[in-house]
Design a protein around this ligand. Sequence first.
Ligand code: S3P
Length: 209
Amino acid sequence: MSLGLAERKKEKKERRLASIREALGSKSIVLIGLMGAGKTAVGKRLAARLDLPFIDADSEIELAAGQTISEIFTEHGEPYFRSGEAKVIARLLGGGPEVLATGGGAYMDARTRANIKAEGISVWLKAELPVLLHRVRRRDNRPLLAAGTPDVVMRELMKKRYPVYAGADITVESRDVPHDVIVSDVVEALVRFLDDEVKATPRRRGKSE
Ligand code: S3P
């Protein structure tokens, strides 16, 4: 019995997702970007689509410390948080393949960037200021924003961080559309990136060549 159009489309989609998983090997998809860029929301849906585990680095840091991020900042200060963050992310990268959402400051650490380069594919969810501000206003769990006026702090962070985030393997515009639309954009970009990577890898030559 021949397959209907819907089944054939579904099969094709499944094959595409399976080919992404295969091309990843043990590498993880690492989401980077500012607070409010949608790393957790998009990451969870991306992981479900690719049938990979989803891990949120901030939650893992909180688990390891037995404290919330705000408590870590208040009790120990930012440098202590950053050093724990780098260690936790290095550990998590060893457990790939997975979809890993990182906190906004993680990619600013040179060692973390090198670890991500070696063991992952970085995806920058790039968003405009109004989108970020609208999203971060919903919650008050971000110590960096609590320390000043959110739009001033956010502008400063954009100035400092966007040139560094720009080194990511893939950039996807995170905008005010349903998260699943962004997930589809990430999947498309991943397919292109992995395809280019395969083409750029020199083929092993046989003895006769
Ligand atoms: C931070 C972002 C937060 C969290 C911490 C510091 C940052 O994560 O790691 O509050 O430096 O931008 P999200 O980007 O997931 O909000």
